[in-house]
Design a protein around this ligand. Structure first.
Ligand code: 5IU
Length: 263
């Protein structure tokens, strides 16, 4: 009964290092909040990460939107990671054949595999995408999420596509640690355990004008059985105090989880 288990207790269900570390970290820090930091300058990026850092388990990045990316940013990001005790998830959404994604993951300007504990991929190309990424990431202790669903209106990742993503994950349990999805995808007493992370979470608005759809932490964690809420503009987009907003989402996410344990 996964939903009734504490995060830390689920660590033993995984052989993957990143999954085990993340689940222990969530329990230790008492937060299931991931910050989606979609800002485009290094200054804003580091400032917001520092302010929200104490309240999050995972910092989700889109490293390629930074206009002034440099290696120093990565060094400072690593310092913040140690200072605040969070992990890093590069939301790269790989989508090519295995041989190509292997290079995209480890080479180029960003060298994602060197600093991101977790990344993600579309299952669209078939198992080769996972095998290619695994060749790079597994020995480094990295973990992969498959995009089984998306939060945006009209997403095509539904039904048999989502089912196929689950089967793909089961075939690569050493490296695939979970899914991006809006809900728990497999039965609660299934032999396999996967971490589910849900974007499209907000407390104040229900959409963004470009297809994003928001649900509350309570809906996502308590009613839909997801494990981690991913929140972006709800925290940094309102012009309000970053730390106050991060704390508010941290509390809402943890409250929803605590209620799930008690139900
Ligand atoms: N994101 C989604 N929906 C998805 C996937 C990723 O919103 O299905 I996969 C990303 C995009 C953005 C963050 O980086 O999650 C959500 O940010 P906001 O909370 O600002 O909408």
């Amino acid at each position: 009964m996964i939903l009734k288990k504490k995060y830390g207790e689920r660590a033993e269900n995984f052989s993957n290092k990143a999954a085990r570390e993340l689940l222990s970290l969530i329990d230790r820090k008492k937060t299931n909040l991931s910050l989606a930091l979609d800002v485009t300058t290094k200054r804003e990026f580091l400032e917001i990460a520092d302010k929200a850092g104490p309240y999050i388990c995972l910092l989700k990045t889109h490293i390629d939107i930074l206009v002034d990316f440099d290696q120093d940013l990565i060094e400072q990001l690593k310092e913040l990671k140690t200072k605040h005790d969070f992990m890093i998830f590069e939301d790269r959404k790989f989508a090519d054949i295995g041989n190509t994604v292997k290079h995209q993951y480890s080479k180029g300007i960003y060298k994602i595999s060197e600093w991101a504990d977790i990344t993600n991929a579309h299952p669209l190309p078939g198992d080769g995408i996972v095998s290619g990424l695994k060749e790079v990431g597994l020995s480094l202790g990295r973990g992969l999420l498959l995009l089984a669903e998306m939060s945006s209106k009209g997403s095509l990742a539904t039904g048999t596509y989502t089912e196929a993503a689950i089967e793909m994950a089961r075939r690569h349990k050493d490296f695939v640690i979970g899914f991006i999805a809006g809900r728990k995808l497999i039965s609660d007493d299934d032999k396999d355990d996967f971490i589910v992370m849900s974007p499209g979470v907000g407390l104040d608005v229900s959409m963004d004008g470009l297809g994003q759809q928001y649900r509350t932490p309570r809906n996502v964690i308590l009613e839909s059985g997801s494990d981690i809420i991913i929140v972006g503009r709800g925290i940094y987009g309102s012009g309000k105090d970053i730390a106050v907003e991060a704390q508010r989402y941290r509390d809402a996410g943890w409250e929803a989880y605590s209620q799930r344990l008690m139900n």
